[in-house]
Design a protein around this ligand. Structure first.
Ligand SMILES: [Fe+2]
Length: 293
């Protein structure tokens, strides 16, 4: 091991330097051109080094998130198994005051360091002109869970997956659930919303949404007749989400795999910030790269 890579807890290395040194030790010149498996490995090692005090965390909130164990993002009296059973049977579950309050603050801090982009599907609706047309407007930041800059979201994903993947008495496929996509969304004002829609058919097992700040109604619908007609729906449930609320949505691979139709209404006042954690093979590109959702 070279002298540069000798680290101690008394002299914490900056994250970038630790990453460079580690890659050099492994003979890797460009980590961005490595396989997904390597990127997951690298992010895991950096997270562990921060957790154990060898690398400087961004702030105390990041360190707090990294030290959370399986299921510790939830308050102790949150009934995770019951929520997942409801999702298995009904296709969705809402719960208020489910998240540990420190999680929301850590996520707010993380988003402050990211540049969100506007995704405008009001001007360019998804499936425009069809019965499955979806209008959507908000700011967003989507990336793989192992990317730099989303350490807190990754820690939240790992904590959730650590607990949920144990609940195989509900469905054995839960053991495979590990979200690979981080999706921050900010609904800025009363113009921002998503009309009734199902999430992507390629999503796998479970979608997990955390409301970080702000409040808005989320509505659940069923089709009157044609399952592929979002213009003829009846309301079956609605919940006012707020900071510390969570929502689970069933996806293919869990229960009967059917996805429920849901609508995200504009924020009640000011803005609303959420985090979507999903397991999907086709991680969403940034709006600046394409207008496709
Ligand atoms: Fe959705």
């Amino acid at each position: 091991m070279c002298a540069e890579f000798t680290i101690t807890k008394d002299h914490k290395l900056p994250e970038e330097q630790f990453s460079l040194n580690l890659c050099r030790e492994l003979g890797i010149t460009d980590p961005n051109r490595q396989t997904t498996a390597f990127k997951i490995f690298l992010s895991s090692v950096i997270d562990a080094a921060k957790r154990e005090g060898f690398v400087q965390p961004k702030n105390e909130h990041e360190l707090y998130a990294l030290r959370l164990g399986a299921g510790e993002i939830f308050v102790p009296d949150f009934k995770l198994e019951k929520a997942l059973w409801q999702t298995f049977v009904n296709g969705y579950c809402f719960a208020k005051k489910a998240l540990d309050p420190g999680i929301c603050q850590a996520l707010i801090d993380e988003v402050d360091g990211l540049i969100l982009e506007e995704g405008d599907h009001i001007t360019h609706p998804i499936n425009a002109g069809s019965s499955l047309e979806v209008k959507q407007l908000h700011e967003r930041y989507y990336c793989p869970v192992w990317e730099d800059g989303v350490t807190v979201a990754r820690a939240v994903a790992n904590s959730a997956a650590g607990a949920i993947s144990q609940l195989t008495q509900i469905d054995t496929n839960l053991s495979f659930w590990w979200p690979n996509e981080v999706g921050y969304q900010r609904y800025r004002n009363y113009h921002d919303r998503i009309s009734p829609h199902r999430d992507r058919r390629t999503d796998q097992i479970l979608a997990f949404t955390l409301t970080i700040a702000g409040s808005a109604k989320v509505k659940i619908y069923e089709p009157y007749a044609d399952p592929d007609d979002y213009t003829k729906l009846h309301l079956v449930d609605e919940v006012m989400t707020e900071s510390r609320s969570v929502m689970f949505l069933r996806a293919p691979g869990f229960g009967n795999g059917q996805q429920v139709i849901h609508e995200v209404c504009p924020p009640e006042e000011d803005s609303r910030l959420i985090l979507n954690l999903r397991m999907r093979p086709d991680i969403l590109p940034k709006p600046s790269e394409t207008i496709q959702s």
